[in-house]
Ligand binder design. Structure first.
Ligand SMILES: [Zn+2]
Ligand SMILES: [Zn+2]
Length: 99
């Protein structure tokens, strides 16, 4: 009876450990995730910066950003540029200079 209790505790514990993937992507330290917060990937800023430093290809890979044009109001996407405001240069000119 007592042995069964210990055994089931171990199984529960093992499942808990196995299913927990919340470890620092860089050093593997367990992470404490705060509820209702964005899931953390790194235990510290240093680990995050070191990881990015060792994976520069992840940074240079062009990402697609979605915007709504400030000129015509249409949704559009841009590659590798998260500061776009207008879908086209014409929209920029029209909005900026009222042409
Ligand atoms: Zn870490
Ligand atoms: Zn536009």
């Amino acid at each position: 009876m007592a042995r069964d209790t210990v055994k089931s505790f171990c199984i529960r514990n093992k499942v808990y450990v196995d299913s927990r993937d919340d470890v620092c992507k860089y050093c593997g330290k367990p992470l404490v995730q705060k509820e209702k917060r964005k899931r953390k990937l790194f235990c510290s800023n240093e680990c995050r910066l070191d990881w990015w430093h060792e994976h520069p290809e992840r940074l240079s890979r062009k990402a697609t950003y979605s915007f709504v044009c400030a000129g015509c109001g249409k949704p559009f996407t841009a590659y590798g540029n998260d500061h776009r405001k207008y879908c086209t240069h014409q929209c920029y000119i029209r909005d900026r200079f009222g042409g």
